[in-house]
Design a binder for this molecule. Structure first.
Ligand code: FAD
Ligand code: SIN
Length: 519
């Protein structure tokens, strides 16, 4: 079955929804999203969104903090663009209905997180992402040109490859004509032809055993673009959040926001010793790569499974007021943060690399824009500064929308694209093959391609993943498509890209830490 739309957006987090609102007055919009429409990394964002609001803060200070966190690998022009637009774009989000907490003076109550030299993080209690997603969806529902296709899984983008032409990464004019999308309710694969397609599929946390990301984060957009021969960069820079709640068996891991450390909580070993000053003079509020590595090192030194976050000295009322969800979560596990320290451990949290885009969100494939966590814009360099990613999604949605409107007006549908051919495929008899392979991918990545890496570990991971790749491609060829099978295929691709880029980088920088280059 064929459907036609001016703008096809894949993903309904902050990036996809903002872009939808910005293009919808100019044409028809489909938002394809693989679970319920609010399910996304955005929904779980706790700390908030970084923006310069009042003196003594300044754009220059925020730019400087971003560049320092990025360890010399940020694109300074991009950093300047995003940060100088932060105030205006966040004000627009507020006009659209997002609420952020204010203090008694009526000013925004700005929090501080690791790597920030000022208080500049706007937040809504400790569930900022939920509030942003709520406000954006409320506005999207009201727009007559926007249709949300929930529980629709994008399998692959459409290019000349689907017309039988040979396409490789050097082909200069690869074009995107839309996507093949599986309606999970009917199990039918639809051909959605679009004049412009926008990838906004978020992160890839589930390539690791422990992650703070919800289940939808399987790197689909990056894998789709890579398969279509688009260019992808910086995949070695995987951010591990230092403080996810240590609660074995809980997947995904529950986040204990960095804002809790911004509020004064202190990291200690199980035997009660502070350790962060040994690693960095900024202590518990050093950038994330440094804190996560320090925790990893302390756990290994002492043979402990976790470290602890001491909140016992903090103002109880202020804490509960700022972090009601974190407080309730801890209490539900029998941890009263004012009596016991909170056990924490690093967990995969964010992917800095992704689909290469320019300042307008254009990918290397024509008619295909990409925005949000699935991209590599140059903002984060080797390590993302806390609370800069919601901001990046907002700013790039704006830029990509402006260019997409002009692009859409010049494009037409490619009617030659054939419908999906399911001939010769069978229902999988053995789901165990998919679930077991997924476990293996996650184990390989967690054991060998985590916070600390070495050439030997990377080689072993690469060799093991190669076997899984071959097995899964064979399964893919003969099996009826399902979201689980596609996600496995995508995660194998993401694992491959992380390892490949990690092997290519011959230095330790930011989030990529190789034993051999530790000096
Ligand atoms: P997402 O919000 O992840 O949305 C991606 C969308 O794509 C989802 O709707 C998903 O279902 C859909 N999708 C994926 N694949 C497919 C497919 N094949 N077909 C159809 N749909 C698909 N950042 C901050 O700046 N501040 C914070 O305080 C903060 N806290 C965080 C806390 C947690 C627990 C987590 C996990 C992340 C946090 N982050 C934070 C990071 C931030 O939330 C994300 O980087 C950001 O929300 C990404 O937005 P996005 O729109 O790019 O992607
Ligand atoms: C947090 O609240 O610690 C997450 C902030 C982020 O990932 O930017």
């Amino acid at each position: 079955m064929k459907r036609r739309v001016d703008f096809l957006i894949i993903g309904s987090g902050i990036a996809g929804l903002t872009y939808a609102l910005k293009v919808a007055d100019k044409g028809s919009v489909f938002i394809v999203t693989k679970a319920s429409e609010d399910e996304s990394n955005t929904k779980y964002a706790q700390g908030g969104i970084a923006a310069v609001m009042y003196e003594p803060d300044s754009h220059e200070k925020h730019i400087n903090d971003t560049l320092i966190a990025g360890a010399g690998l940020c694109d300074e022009e991009v950093v300047r663009m995003v940060i100088t637009e932060s105030t205006e774009k966040v004000k627009e989000l507020i006009e659209w209905g997002a609420n952020f907490d204010k203090n008694k003076k009526g000013e925004y109550d700005l929090a501080r997180e690791g790597g920030h030299s000022e208080h500049r993080v706007l937040h809504h209690k400790d569930n900022t992402g939920f509030e942003i997603e709520r406000a954006l969806l409320a506005k999207v529902y009201k727009h007559p040109n926007i249709t949300i296709l929930d529980h629709h899984f994008a399998i692959d983008i459409l290019t000349q490859h689907h017309l039988g032409e040979i396409v490789n990464s050097k082909t200069p004019d690869i074009k995107c004509y839309g996507a093949y999308v599986l309606d999970a309710k009917t199990n039918k694969i639809e051909t959605i032809l679009a004049k412009v397609t926008c990838m906004a599929t978020g992160g890839a946390g589930h390539v690791y055993v422990t992650t703070t990301n919800p289940k939808v984060s399987t790197g689909d957009g990056i894998a789709m673009v890579y398969r279509a021969k688009g260019h992808v960069k910086d995949m070695e820079f995987v951010q591990f959040h230092p403080t996810s709640l240590y609660n074995p068996g809980e997947h995904p891991s529950y986040l204990i926001s960095e804002a809790v450390r911004g509020f004064g909580a202190v990291l200690k070993t199980i035997d009660g010793k502070e350790f962060m000053q040994k690693y960095d003079e900024r202590g518990c509020l050093a950038p994330r790569d440094i804190v996560a590595r320090a925790i990893d090192n302390e756990m290994k030194l002492h043979g402990h499974d976790y470290v602890e976050l001491d909140c016992r000295h903090l103002d109880r009322k202020g804490f509960i007021d700022h972090f009601p969800n974190i407080y309730n979560k801890c209490m539900s596990l029998g941890i009263d943060p004012f009596i016991k320290k909170i056990p924490v451990v690093p967990a995969q949290h964010y992917l800095c690399g992704g689909i290469i885009v320019d300042k307008t969100g254009r990918s290397t494939i024509e008619k295909l824009f990409a925005i949000g966590e699935c991209t590599c814009t140059g903002l984060h360099g080797a390590n993302r500064l806390a609370s800069n990613s919601l901001l990046e999604g907002l700013v790039y949605a704006h830029h990509a929308a402006a260019d997409s409107i002009a692009e859409m007006q010049n494009n037409s549908f490619n009617e030659k694209i054939p419908d999906w051919d399911a001939e010769g495929t069978e229902h999988p008899e053995e789901m165990i093959l998919i679930t077991q392979s997924l476990r293996e991918v996650q184990q390989i990545m967690s054991n060998y391609v985590g916070i600390v890496r070495s050439e030997l570990r990377l080689k072993r991971a690469f060799d093991r993943l190669e076997i899984l790749y071959q097995e899964n491609e064979a399964l893919y060829e003969k099996t009826t498509i399902s979201p689980r099978l596609c996600e496995l295929r995508n995660l194998i691709c993401i694992g491959y890209l992380i390892i490949k880029h990690a092997k290519q980088r011959k230095e330790s920088v930011g989030l990529h830490y190789m034993l051999k280059f530790k000096e």
